[in-house]
Write a protein that binds this ligand. Structure first.
Ligand code: ATP
Ligand code: MG
Length: 238
């Protein structure tokens, strides 16, 4: 098991109001497995990815990452686990505005906690080519379109060859043609490295490219309503 969540609860307190986002989420993912998480806006998909990725402590339950209990270990160990094993594509990219495209993509390799990347510059160029952005290497984020920023965020997430890629609507801002190309590149890279992928998407066609599709509804992760319509791929070894 690469990543496992058990009994995840996430609540926010807003004044006297209790916002229950995750009520009881259970999930087990093997190496190389691909999962799409769908659900209405506000269902808690981004929250779930943040909790799975060690970015947001759950109110209850556990996340196990490759044998470590992600929220029981020290903050330093958690930072290490994230740097070494997890790539994250944020819904709103979070590129560093003062760094150009190459520097943004290469940033994870600069993390002293992360395992060394061989030839980081070659890796950056390879990833930029894969997402179709080799010609924008020296642009700043503000000099890019939204879809281009999204692709930079994807390349950055893959920089350290993470075991797990957590991607929040990674093609949500792309036109169908570019989205298709980026998705192709994403699945090729993930398959080549035998990475585990959890992808949030609103697009049924995109979801259908993953081996499993689960819907977040009322704080629980379950088989999608009308799920028989989504053509699931044969699950690989793992
Ligand atoms: N820091 C916070 N404090 C209070 N409530 C929050 C906080 N963060 C998220 N929420 C609430 O949690 C719920 C889930 O938010 P989340 O961003 O996970 O939804 P989502 O499924 O990713 O939606 P979308 O598809 O629009 O991106 C929302 O109702 C939101 O208002
Ligand atoms: Mg979201």
């Amino acid at each position: 098991m690469v990543l496992a969540a058990a009994g995840l609860v996430k609540e926010y307190h807003l004044g006297r109001t209790l916002v229950e986002v995750l009520r009881d989420v259970n999930l087990e993912l093997c190496r190389g497995e691909t999962l799409a998480v769908i659900g209405a806006s506000g269902a808690g998909k981004s929250t779930l990815l943040h909790v799975l990725g060690g970015l947001e402590r759950p109110s209850g339950g556990r996340v196990r990452l490759l044998g470590d209990d992600l929220y029981s270990v020290s903050a330093r160990r958690r930072n290490y686990l994230r740097a070494a094993h997890i790539g994250f594509v944020f819904q709103f990219y979070h590129l560093l505005p003062e760094l150009d495209v190459m520097e943004n993509v290469g940033l994870p390799a600069m993390n002293a906690l992360a395992p060394a990347v061989e030839d980081p510059e070659d890796r950056v160029r390879e990833l930029l080519t894969a997402v179709g952005l080799a010609h924008r290497a020296h642009h700043l984020p503000m000099e890019l379109s939204g879809g281009e920023q999204q692709r930079v965020a994807l390349a950055r997430a893959l920089m350290n060859r993470p075991d797990i890629l957590l991607a929040d609507e990674p093609t949500g801002n792309l036109d169908p043609v570019t989205g298709g190309q980026v998705l192709e590149a994403l699945f090729n890279l993930v398959a080549r490295e035998n990475q585990t992928l959890v992808m949030v998407t609103h697009n049924a066609d995109v979801a259908g490219r993953c081996q499993r599709v689960l819907e977040l509804q009322a704080g629980r992760l379950q088989s999608p309503a009308g799920g028989e319509k989504i053509c699931l791929k044969q699950q690989g070894e793992g």
